[in-house]
Design a protein around this ligand. Sequence first.
Ligand code: FDA
Length: 501
Amino acid sequence: AAGDFSPAVIIGTGYGAAVTALRLGEAGIPTVMLEMGQLWNTPGSDGKVFPDMLNPDKRAMWFKKRTEAPLASFLWLDLANRNIDPYAGVLDRVHFGDMSVYVGRGVGGGSLVNGAMAVVPKRWYFEEILPQVDADEMYGKYYPRANAGLGTNSVDATWFESCDCYQYARVSRKHAHNAGLATTFVPSVYDFDYMRREEAGEVPRSALASEVIYGNNHGKRSLDKSYLAAALGTGNVQIRTLHEVRDIAQQPDGTYVLTVRQSDPDGNVLAVKQLAAKYLFLGAGSLGSTELLVRARETGKLPELNDSVGQGWGTNGNVMLGRANHMWDAVGALESGMPALGIDAWDDPQYPVFAEIAPVPAGIETWASLYLAITRNPERGYFTYDAASDSARLQWEISQGQPSIDAAKHLFDRINSVNGTIYRYDLFGDTRAFENRFTYHPLGGLVLGKATDLYGRVKGYRNLYVTDGSLIPGSTGVNPFVTITALAERNIERVLAEDLT
Ligand code: FDA
């Protein structure tokens, strides 16, 4: 028997969860959100909520003894990482053999740690990855709704050309244009007007103070400032932090019962509780939601879950690389941590690539251009259940990352050859030029139309829904959060109209 009951419960507080909470709250439905991470609103002894990338402390990472930054080294030296105390910090890197996955932890999920790039995929590609979803509706209604809710804005093109903090992007743009490639501005949920005032010295710096991946103290419209603030404003939504959902079961009357572990920020378990819900929404992200349902199926708690649960996972083709620039092409010591430009070669018939021009916010001239390339990698991983650790394990082999490298190499070999430049071999801990052993963009595991119906209703169960990136079949061709948000807007509108009357 369950202790506590709420008509609706949402697991997680990332993009899908935040959209769902706002729309349920507006509809007058009492809703509890359960988030395993912290609410990030209290400054530490340094007066800041988040540490920067150059001097990370325990707030940086989720229960690690040492930080695990994506650029493992610089000139082969481990300069970026620091020993820290295990703590409920904001960024996690989850390791599964040959693949590790970065995720945000806290109220706002990935929005706390991400690069804020708010990119809508090419319509033809969206139609290819999700052919059952009406693209007219997505592009006419739900993408605009998502961007409005997220507070997406665009960089002022005149300022971009003259500011110091995007010199690195202008250098990369010149090199791409020399190779006949197109570049495009990427919209952002970082406030570009705030960034302009940062450079002018009018406001405290964040994007311009090496704040990236461990949170931003200013300027970023993370979900706690957009959708979640609005959701709380309805008066119908509550968020419980440091509450991790461990188990989902169902009672004979259809009610879902969650086993929830409440901890303190040092990881001490304070209580194990039960919470029951009539309507249960999974918004714990591709790793979190998929693990909960794989565990529920394999332990017999939700035996009707189908074989698609745990399948169809992809990296969005992520691969990171650096190029070594000539002495006369300085990128500048001041690099905005929030990217504003991408190389758009997605229409390449053989090797589609969308490469964000990424910062190396080291505070010194690096002579390096960094990129996070999104490629079209058809390989997919899947999750199995490991009873000994009671966790879901991602099955992904190193060879499955090769198509990402092939595509990025095709593009950047061309850029290097035209510009007479070479790759950097000192950035990823050994001598590799391409880093494809991690992803920022985990997608899939509970794919729309397979593990769920076409609106995120889990097959085999009533009143059980998936709202997050696990619905997307492994690839979006661009940075994924606007698509996750728009799809959640579309699905909750239908679910509210048909299921929660
Ligand atoms: P998301 O992962 O955001 O949220 C899930 C939440 O659920 C987390 O807060 C987690 O703690 C919580 N949770 C998990 N399991 C739980 C459990 N059992 N119980 C309770 N809570 C649980 N994308 C983009 O479009 N533009 C960009 O610029 C970037 N840049 C970027 C940089 C970095 C460093 C990262 C790590 C990621 C990005 N991304 C990005 C990716 C983007 O942030 C990501 O796609 C979304 O946050 C995914 O949104 P979801 O709603 O799927 O879940």
